[in-house]
Design a protein around this ligand. Structure first.
Ligand code: ATP
Length: 230
């Protein structure tokens, strides 16, 4: 069975049960937009956050769940002696053949999604669960059916560039290249149910205030409404 259909069936089958216990909210935004700052704030409020990047790294860490498939598809040359992904070797392979990246993503993305769902199903004490997925919009068809809402941390590209320059010391050109590989600001906003604006003139305090409003007003009330409706 196609993994995606399988996951939808799993999700659908447990849907009634899950909707009583949790609301699934996708949190996304471009590089340097402020997702992590928001999700860390929400985590401090006791909200469970599932981080797609972190799960992806675990999948390719020593003996990670993706390693068998990666070995099968790409061979031993991209595997370290500890049975982890050799990132340098993989980068070289991707550089020599752009299709390799796509093939690797075809292995990793379904596993990330599967792992997020299976972790979410084990969490019962959070009024809602944040799925922190940087490339959510780029995989919208995969994730949309699984999420109750999508929250976009929105920011002008110029501000993203300044933040990432400061944080990582990357050149403007490199950051612009990364931006090119991500969904545009406009596309992201098209899919947003909720928007946290973290662009020009927004201080960290102001961002936190928005996250707080979101947490208390939007999501807690939303959760209450959903429970009432059940
Ligand atoms: P990435 O996807 O690249 O990991 P992100 O969307 O998770 O980025 P953050 O890591 O939260 O973004 O923020 C990027 C940087 O910008 C961090 O150093 C953070 O402290 C800083 N930052 C975020 N929002 C603000 C703000 N409103 N004012 C000042 N600095 C900010």
């Amino acid at each position: 069975m196609d993994l995606y259909i399988g996951l939808v069936l799993v999700f659908g089958g447990l849907g009634a049960n899950m909707s009583q216990t949790s609301l699934f909210i996708g949190l996304t935004g471009g590089i340097g937009s402020g997702k992590t700052t928001v999700s860390q704030y929400l985590a401090k409020q006791g909200i469970e956050v599932l981080d797609a990047d972190q799960i992806s790294r675990q999948l390719t860490a020593p003996n990670g769940l993706a390693m068998d498939q990666i070995r099968e598809v790409f061979g031993d040359t991209v595997i370290t002696p500890e049975n982890a992904l050799d990132r340098d070797a993989m980068r070289t392979l991707v550089f020599s053949n752009p299709e390799v990246k796509q093939r690797l993503e075809q292995i990793i993305h379904p596993l990330v999604q599967q792992e997020m769902i299976s972790q979410a199903l084990r969490l019962h004490h959070s009024p809602y669960i944040i799925f922190d997925i940087p490339l959510l919009i780029e995989s919208i068809n995969r994730y949309r059916p699984l999420l109750n809402r999508i929250c976009v941390v929105d920011c002008e590209p110029e501000v993203q560039i300044e933040r990432v320059k400061k944080r990582n010391g990357l050149s403007e050109q490199t950051i612009r290249q990364i931006l090119q590989t991500q969904a545009s600001r406009e596309t992201r906003l098209l899919y947003a149910d909720d928007v946290i604006y973290n662009g020009k003139g927004i201080s960290l305090d102001k961002l936190q205030e928005q996250a707080y409003n979101f947490h208390t007003v939007s999501y807690t009330h939303l959760r209450a409404h959903e429970t009432e409706a059940d």
